[in-house]
Design a protein around this ligand. Sequence first.
Ligand SMILES: Cc1cc2nc3c(=O)[nH]c(=O)nc-3n(C[C@H](O)[C@H](O)[C@H](O)COP(=O)(O)OP(=O)(O)OC[C@H]3O[C@@H](n4cnc5c(N)ncnc54)[C@H](O)[C@@H]3O)c2cc1C
Length: 372
Amino acid sequence: MNHQGFLRSGPDERSPVTASGSPLLPEAAPVVDWDLPGRISAGEVDEAAVLGGWSPKSRYGRRAEVEWVRRLTPTGTVRLGLRAVDDQPFDHHPGQFVGIELGIDGLGYARSPYCILSPPDEERRFELVVRVVRNGPVSRYLGSCHPGEVVAFRGPTGRSMMPKNDERDLVLLATGVGVGPLYSLASHMLRRGFDRRITFYWGLRLAEDIFLTDELDELARHHPNFSYRITLSRPPAGWTGLRGRITDSVPPLLPALGGTSFYLCGNGAMTEEMATALSDLGAADEHIYQEHYFNQKHVPDPLVMAAIRARFVAADLFSPLAHQEARTSLFHLDAPLGGSGNADPTAPTEVGRPVPKVVERASSLAGEAGAG
Ligand SMILES: Cc1cc2nc3c(=O)[nH]c(=O)nc-3n(C[C@H](O)[C@H](O)[C@H](O)COP(=O)(O)OP(=O)(O)OC[C@H]3O[C@@H](n4cnc5c(N)ncnc54)[C@H](O)[C@@H]3O)c2cc1C
């Protein structure tokens, strides 16, 4: 245990240098440690705004024993190894999750889903990676579990992330613990001999949030078609990896969108904004897989979306949105009514909305077609 209170041993030790070109972590990284809160108790019920509330009845009949627990980051991420100890089989596909149930005397039962981190080849054993949320009862429960404890669960259940065929490249985009199912998918596909490109972009806030780099480096070492990059929204001085949120740093790095399936997992704001942008730029919905852990109801702001679209360099797909916007601007349908009928259509709109690159391109194409 180091002075920040998290274990440095085992497969999840944060590696200071990564094969992905992520930088050395600075010696004097800011300490952002907070004591993992223990299990929520009946006395704290007012503080715990449990999603869906506490239910009076237990619903999850399966049982798994916690074999080990590791604190991965000083910012509250833990990894657990479990083994199903009931008499039912435990088979899963990458992307599937288990529901974990916590029961507390005097409160009732709370339940939350967790995606399985480990690839599906370890019989009846599975791993979870959990971000402990301050007022979250189930994540606090998992963060305070000890080896030998038996937890109630259901599953594995949910959609499989396995692609229908092996003919498309995969671009994986995760924030935080959303890395779990995408790591499971990548390692499973690569072990099966998948030979298309898999590129993983991982958005985190701080350098202290980084974990799993040993495993990701190993995948990159053994599989030249796999690479990953970390983007930090609050990078420390000296950070040479990507900077900003995924929606800032990744769009300029995607030269083309065709022939690719996109997997988005984690914060619902990121998944929804990226999915919307990809779709606006012409990616078919069947090639965009989304799993949001929280911020489920995020509604992207149109100005934010225009800015994200403008950061994309790829223009290999037909973009229905750009086409429609180009037509609109070509026929001046967005010109303000009244006033001068000869308003300059290229002048900024009243809200100063930036014109996406794809719109500019479509406009010039439309202009060329018109000129011909
Ligand atoms: C399909 C699916 C799979 C999931 N897989 C994982 C997983 O593998 N690992 C994991 O840690 N979580 C995962 N989650 C989120 C998880 O189910 C819980 O929402 C989270 O652990 C908090 O649950 P809780 O019962 O402790 O608190 P809750 O009362 O359910 O939530 C408390 C608050 O925390 C917010 N919250 C939830 N997750 C986060 C987060 N990561 N960062 C910031 N705020 C958050 C919630 O929106 C809510 O406002 C998954 C969610 C879904 C829908």
